[in-house]
Design a protein around this ligand. Structure first.
Ligand code: HEM
Ligand code: HEM
Length: 214
């Protein structure tokens, strides 16, 4: 019988980031769809109630939560624990490159081998890093749309996106990354939990993972 030992993996700050990020995205996607194509009866808009203003208000509250989460993650990529630092997920060491290959082979059902490591596997880590950069693009395009007259956002916004309309287009297209990501993310978390009993799902609540006792 395999024996496992409990190991501290994720700090409170990382778990706070995760749930701020995950929850705010749900609100951002729903209200974002409404801003794009209001599905309520717009005849009542501005009379009995003001659904568009309410949806935009929720979008912006969620946007500030989302931006706070991204700030926390930026801090952890530099000052977090060993599993949280950006260096841990880059394929720049022999061990990390090997982990990337083994994970790809396992996900493609070509091999059953599983490379146990405390932090994210490299494929997951790189995807999270990419998502982090997409999140920064959402923040820049969002604040550019929100504050087009403020010199800081105007300067950066025009330089990065060219116009309000192209910022809005990119903001919309990138929303689909988050929707596709969430589906694959939750599927793979469950898949990993079934395949290797390391307690990956509970780790994002408790911060603890289980590894084989050597
Ligand atoms: C994952 C994060 C986010 C998602 C999925 C998202 C989604 C969307 C979508 C779909 C729209 C409608 C665009 C269209 O008309 O097609 C929108 C509009 C907008 N979003 Fe976001 N958004 C996110 C983050 C942010 C952030 C961080 C900000 C920062 C303030 C922001 C500010 C705005 C603004 C200002 C608008 C335009 C509102 C208007 O025209 O009335 N969004 N968002
Ligand atoms: C029921 C919902 C969810 C569960 C059970 C869940 C579970 C997990 C778990 C177990 C991890 C760590 C996996 C690993 O070690 O590779 C993780 C990481 C992560 N999840 Fe989720 N997740 C959920 C929803 C979401 C949503 C909605 C998002 C945002 C779109 C999200 C974004 C992330 C990100 C960015 C990370 C990486 C954390 C880091 O930067 O280190 N998750 N999640």
């Amino acid at each position: 019988m395999a024996t496992f030992e409990k190991q501290q993996c994720w700090s409170v700050l990382l778990r706070l980031f995760h749930w701020m990020f995950a929850l705010s995205i749900v609100f951002l996607v729903v209200t974002g769809f409404y801003i794009n194509n209001p599905w309520s009866n717009t005849m009542i808009e501005g009379s009995a109630s003001f659904p568009m203003a309410m949806m935009r208000y929720i979008h912006f509250i969620a946007a500030y939560t989302f931006s706070g989460a991204v700030l926390i993650r930026s801090f952890l990529y530099i000052f977090g624990n060993a599993q949280e630092k950006v260096i841990d997920v880059l394929p720049i060491t022999k061990r990390n490159i090997n982990n990337l290959i083994v994970t790809l082979l396992q996900y493609c059902y070509i091999s059953d081998k599983h490379d146990e490591r405390l932090g994210h596997n490299i494929l997951a880590g790189l995807t999270y890093l990419f998502t982090f950069f997409v999140a920064i693009t959402m923040i820049c395009s969002g604040f550019f749309m929100l504050f087009p007259e403020i010199p800081f956002w105007q300067g950066w916004g025009l330089m990065l996106f060219g116009s309000q309309q192209s910022a809005r287009f990119l903001h919309h297209i990138l929303m689909w990354w988050f929707m596709i990501f969430v589906v694959i993310h939750i599927y793979l978390c469950i898949w990993n939990d079934v395949k290797s009993p390391e307690g990956v799902i509970s780790s994002i609540f408790t911060g603890v993972k289980f590894t084989h006792k050597s």
